[in-house]
Design a protein around this ligand. Structure first.
Ligand SMILES: [Mg+2]
Length: 214
């Protein structure tokens, strides 16, 4: 049995608006003139994984005068409104269901990541969804890959993700087979630009046999 994990942001889903647009729209909706986005972004990544609600904690540490809880709720709602499943994602996952175990391995906050999966109707394909905020460890830390292995025991593991250094290389170091998705390419890691190329890469590697539509 093969288990294939997918990264979420930038891999299974894409954003219809930039983060700046989502941040600005959030503040406007709360009656605040948008400012300090870069300050917010820096603090957010500092506190991600250390607090229950990094959105609220980060905005509270900026000079933006807004209720942190209201900001957090509105920002997550707007993120969820602005995501779409990547072209070909539903078709690929449908074809892999039944031949492989499928999982999501994502850094972030539970309600945001699970909300985005739900909004794009992707949740039901997956046997396991691992969100860093739920397990207390995040990519590129090796431990999150070990947690993923225990969740869906298999002979071999594949990770499809759009970030080479944070996602794919640490997976390869754990003995997984890595597939880099998106515009970034690598000399030593197979890369694909489209989801419909993935079955061919799996067939070449002879994992998850039967994955290529005949
Ligand atoms: Mg990503």
């Amino acid at each position: 049995m093969t288990t294939i994990y997918f990264d979420l942001d930038g891999t299974l889903i894409e954003y219809d608006s930039s983060f700046t647009e989502i941040y600005d729209a959030t503040l406007r909706e709360l009656g605040v003139i948008p400012h300090s986005e870069s300050e917010y972004g820096e603090v957010f990544f500092d506190v991600l994984g250390t607090v229950d609600d990094p959105f609220a904690t980060a905005i509270a540490r900026t000079s933006v005068d807004v209720d942190p809880t209201a900001f957090s709720e509105m920002l997550v709602a707007k993120e969820i409104e602005n995501v779409s499943a990547r072209t070909g994602a539903h078709t690929l996952l449908e074809s892999l269901s039944g031949t492989c175990s499928l999982g999501v391995l994502t850094n972030g906050v539970s309600r945001a990541q699970r909300g985005k999966l739900h909004a794009t109707e992707l949740t039901d394909y997956f046997d396991s969804v691992i969100v860093s905020g739920e397990v207390g460890v995040r990519k590129p830390e090796t431990n999150i890959y070990r947690i993923a292995e225990r969740r869906l025991p298999a002979n071999e593991y594949v990770f499809v993700a759009d970030d080479l250094d944070r996602d794919v290389r640490p997976a390869i170091e754990c003995g997984w087979y890595g597939i880099l998705f998106g515009d970034e390419t690598s000399d030593d890691v197979p890369s694909v630009q489209q989801f419909d190329e993935i079955p061919h890469v799996l067939d070449q590697k002879d994992v998850c046999s039967g994955s290529s539509p005949s």
